[in-house]
Design a binder for this molecule. Structure first.
Ligand SMILES: Nc1ncnc2c1ncn2[C@@H]1O[C@H](COP(=O)(O)OP(=O)(O)O)[C@@H](O)[C@H]1O
Ligand code: SF4
Ligand SMILES: [Mg+2]
Length: 334
């Protein structure tokens, strides 16, 4: 069991994930995609969940929404509480109220969310009426307001268009509008800009920054890009090989990362004006999730590794001021 570093923090969080383990069984092999994750999101807080591809970010988000495909996946341990209601054991009725209403999400590819044969207006109206007792006319009015809120030009006309008539960036704005339709308490965004052109990425990111300031909902923003975190988030949670390896307030983590992996990820973010960001420049690859090594999973790639790192379980240790790191020599530099 992981140490509860969140115990004693002021105020109950909106979302409290404890000891979450979500495993996939493929051809008899168990892949520990998420393995003992603790994660808090307070009301109105923006938490960035960051890590390389395959670190378990999406599986964490899908676990929160109870959308893990079973088989091959299964939540094998832990709890996920939304204001005290455990979503892991919740009934379908409770989950229907949670999804799209209390917790909304925006995924990487807007086409996975949008229905190609329904107009934009029909889809937003349906989303609104699923959770709110509004007439079609009133819901359509609300849909138009939502398109305005995400800065879609000519919203009245757009309502009658179909997803294929919109650009990728405009489609993602529609998905964000749908996510906001029922005033969610928590918005989960899983790499919402990754599939878009670079210039459009910046615009969508600006939209998230603006919406968060204006609407004040809690945000769990998933990205493999540390640069994005600094502009949008209050706190960052770093994942590696299915585990949280560091968490810290954003203003602290950039000046003083405690986990060597976090330090390397931050080093991948070039200073402003130095051109495109290079991804995954840390040499080596994350470990296979069906054959995790003893000791620290980052050891094979760590530039300050020592013998003691390769033995036993390395715990996520609280270091004060809301900072925690899963490392036996936090802050060490080569
Ligand atoms: N549908 C699936 N079937 C089998 N394994 C899966 C599936 N989805 C995820 N996984 C496993 O979970 C790991 C973590 O995936 P994911 O959470 O999508 O990573 P991230 O979002 O951080 O890039 C994958 O590397 C894979 O081993
Ligand atoms: S525990 Fe050891 S190998 Fe792992 S990150 Fe810390 S120093 Fe590196
Ligand atoms: Mg992902």
């Amino acid at each position: 069991m992981t140490t509860d570093i969140h115990a004693g923090r002021a105020g109950d969080p909106l979302l409290a994930v404890r000891g979450l383990a979500t495993h996939f069984t493929v051809e008899g092999e168990v892949f520990r995609a998420v393995d003992g994750v603790d994660l808090d999101v307070a009301r109105g807080e923006a938490v960035g969940l960051v890590g390389e591809s395959g670190s378990g970010k999406t599986v964490t988000a899908m676990s929160v929404l109870q959308l893990i495909p079973d088989p091959p996946g299964r939540i094998v341990d832990g709890s996920i509480e939304l204001e005290g209601t455990d979503l892991v054991t919740a009934s379908d009725l409770v989950l229907r109220d949670v999804r799209g209403n209390r917790v909304a999400c925006v995924f990487q590819d807007p086409l996975t969310t949008l229905n190609p044969v329904l107009s934009i207006g029909e889809q937003i109206v349906e989303m609104i009426r699923r959770h709110q007792d509004l007439s079609r006319k009133a819901a359509r009015g609300r849909a138009r307001e939502l398109l305005e809120a995400v800065h879609i030009p000519k919203p009245e006309r757009r309502l009658d268009e179909f997803p294929h008539e919109l650009s990728g960036g405009m489609r993602q704005r529609v998905v964000i509008a749908m996510a906001l339709a029922n005033d969610p308490e928590l918005l989960i965004a899983d790499e919402p800009t990754t599939a878009l052109d670079v210039t459009v990425q910046a615009e969508i990111l600006d939209l998230f920054i603006e919406l968060r300031e204006r609407l004040g909902m809690a945000l769990l923003f998933i990205t493999h890009d540390f640069g994005v975190i600094s502009e949008l988030c209050d706190r960052v949670v770093v994942m590696y090989a299915g585990k949280v390896v560091e968490e810290a307030p954003v203003d602290r983590v950039f000046e003083d990362p405690r986990h060597p992996y976090t330090r390397r990820l931050i080093d991948c973010v070039p200073a402003l004006g130095q051109g495109a960001r290079e991804l995954e420049v840390i040499p080596g690859l994350p470990p296979a999730l069906n054959r995790l090594p003893d000791g620290c999973a980052f050891a094979p790639r760590c530039d300050v590794v020592e013998e003691a790192c390769r033995r036993g379980e390395i715990a996520l240790r609280p270091l004060g001021d809301g900072i925690a790191a899963r490392c036996i020599k936090p802050g060490a530099r080569p």
